[in-house]
Design a protein around this ligand. Structure first.
Ligand SMILES: [Zn+2]
Length: 251
């Protein structure tokens, strides 16, 4: 028997499996990620088509059948117009929702994940530096998912001095000092100021302020290395990096 409820959530992704219907994955605070069938979203310019676009927050009836759940009569709660009108902010926001969609299991509630996503989108909407917001969000998610790196010292020699360069190695689960890292070239190197910012990010419940942009770029690149290591499939989700890679290297 069908069960009906009202939910509010963020559209992470939309895809086709049928000529006349689409599916969305909707991230909710109370129930985690839901996979919902949307009837009538295929017609160009249709209200259902607009409402079911990624990055919308909608409030909707959900009717649960035996094999699927239907999204019925959704209403717009927020659509992040300023994010949509700026290519860099839009790219960062789409990278974030794609990462969430790939990472989260279905119907497993993670209220802090939902709050992190909303905090990131609201801060992008307010105009903050997009790489900083995305970097903060990915590190927060890594922490929430249990992949928080050890930052107390070198994982191999226990050296704890903060000076010099450090590597964040996902295989080790934390820092390597320059001596232990040897000639490893594939991982970004961080200085002590960047590590201090990372410690700060991991504690913060909201994204960074201004004035930390170069360190933020370095930490975003590290976050991507970490996330790629723990994601099982290829990182198509970060087309955003194509943009970043066109920027000069930061030290
Ligand atoms: Zn070491």
């Amino acid at each position: 028997m069908a069960r009906e409820q009202i939910v509010e959530g963020l559209v992470l992704r939309r895809w086709n499996t049928h000529e006349t219907d689409k599916w969305v994955s909707l991230l909710t605070r109370e129930q985690g990620k839901l996979r919902l069938r949307v009837r009538g979203a295929h017609k160009s310019g249709s209200k259902m088509g607009m409402l079911s676009e990624p990055l919308n927050i909608v409030r909707t009836r959900v009717i649960r059948g035996r094999h699927q759940q239907l999204m019925v009569q959704p209403q717009m709660v927020a659509t992040f117009l300023k994010v949509r009108s700026d290519l860099e902010r839009l790219s960062a926001a789409l990278a974030l929702v794609e990462l969430l969609d790939r990472w989260l299991p279905e119907e497993h509630a993670e209220p802090l994940v939902y709050e992190t996503a909303l905090a990131a989108l609201n801060t992008l909407e307010a105009g903050q530096h997009a790489p900083s917001v995305l970097g903060w969000a990915i590190w927060r998610l890594l922490k929430l998912f249990g992949y928080c790196p050890e930052l107390d010292g070198c994982m191999r020699c226990q050296r704890s001095q903060e000076e010099g360069e450090w590597l964040l190695d996902p295989g080790e689960g934390g820092l390597l000092c320059a001596r232990c890292a040897g000639t490893v070239q594939s991982l970004p190197r961080l200085n002590s100021a960047q590590l201090a910012l990372l410690r700060d990010w991991l504690q913060r419940g909201s994204p960074v302020g201004q004035g930390e942009q170069e360190a933020a770029l370095a930490l975003l690149k590290c976050a991507v290395c970490y996330a790629e290591h723990y994601l099982e499939d290829s990182p198509r989700w970060l087309a955003f990096l194509a943009h970043l890679n066109a920027l000069p290297e930061t030290e």
